[in-house]
Design a protein around this ligand. Structure first.
Ligand code: ADP
Ligand code: ZN
Length: 300
């Protein structure tokens, strides 16, 4: 079976066509990038590519889209499948799912980029078979997908794990960069927050720089809150900042300190090791996750 996938990001759209078969990750037949400019340009170029791929590989059974947000995910809402109140100029109220459904005449599955990535890790990655876990990306922004009781959580719209306010550390007076909240998690721990606080790009800060110790402490505080609220078995940490070697391990240990032994199931020796881990699909999690959403649509 052929399925199509779009990871719709604020900087670029990543598009892929997969052939499924067996239980493992489907085979990626083709992949491309399209810069995120205006919705008209980006959506048309994306649909052109998918049409060309359909001529080469056959028509896909479904398209999965994992999108930057905020998005409307209420099935009963007339705005379902739209990007809603994004600060990204020109993209407010863009009907992503509807555009592709009309142009390509395909069933379309639609969710947040991080929920898609979580679902991909559940089907094919490190969270395979887990009923309760979180996928969080720390990059240009901070976002999280929450998988609870064997299902992606949507709720009123979708969880916004990046915008909680962890208690501040006294040695960090940085005001934060979130345009909505200042010093929420995204405001304190995203790539732009690190750059704003230390005056250098996150990727240019060496491993021994104090930035990384503070980053781990801030993330651990937020993750301890997630552990208390959602009781996940695992937190997968992705994104340009999150994938820094050693960061997940550091955060795991600090989550234990934050919880101070309060969750007995997490206090047993060695349990915290690997509580925060790198997603096994790595940078492919978003696109593969979007394919996973499409596959679910075909099989459920
Ligand atoms: P996006 O969030 O835009 O999808 P990324 O997850 O790659 O993309 O995140 C980009 C952010 O990650 C930028 O703020 C960048 O400075 C930071 N970043 C990229 N590579 C690294 C790295 N090796 N170490 C630390 N930070 C990085
Ligand atoms: Zn915020």
């Amino acid at each position: 079976m052929i399925i199509a996938a779009i990871e719709a990001g604020g900087t670029k759209f990543v598009l892929g066509v997969y052939r499924t078969g067996g239980d493992g990750l489907p085979a990626l037949l083709s992949k491309t990038f399209i810069p995120t400019t205006s919705p008209e340009e980006t959506l048309a170029a994306s649909a052109d590519y998918l049409e060309a791929m359909a001529r080469t590989y056959g028509k896909p059974e479904a398209l999965g889209i994992g999108s930057f947000g905020p998005v409307d995910l209420k099935p009963s809402s007339p705005g379902w499948g739209h990007i809603t109140a994004t600060p990204k100029p020109g993209w407010q109220n863009t009907d992503l799912a509807g555009y592709f459904r009309r142009r390509l005449a395909l069933p379309v599955a639609f969710d947040t980029d991080v929920n898609a990535a979580a679902y991909g890790e559940y089907l094919w990655g490190r969270a395979k078979g887990l009923q309760d876990f979180i996928y969080i990306t720390v990059g240009t922004g901070v976002g999280g997908g929450l998988f609870s009781g064997g299902k992606l959580v949507h709720g009123l719209s979708h969880p916004e794990l990046g915008h909680i306010k962890p208690k501040r550390f006294e040695d960090d007076p940085f005001p934060g960069v979130c345009p909505f909240h200042g010093d929420c998690l995204e405001g304190l721990a995203s790539g732009p927050a690190i750059a704003g606080r230390w005056g250098a790009k996150a990727e240019d800060l060496p491993p021994e720089h104090p930035a990384w110790d503070l980053e781990a402490r801030i993330l651990a505080r937020a993750f301890a809150t997630y552990a208390l609220v959602a009781s996940p078995e695992l937190i997968l940490l992705g994104g340009g900042v999150g994938l820094r070697p050693g960061l997940a391990e550091k955060v795991s240990l600090l989550v234990g300190q934050e919880l101070a032994g309060y969750i007995p199931a997490m206090a047993s020796p060695g349990r915290l090791e690997g509580f925060v881990a790198r997603p096994s699909l790595g940078g492919e999690a978003g696109l593969a996750g979007s394919a996973a959403l499409a596959l679910r649509l075909c099989t459920e």
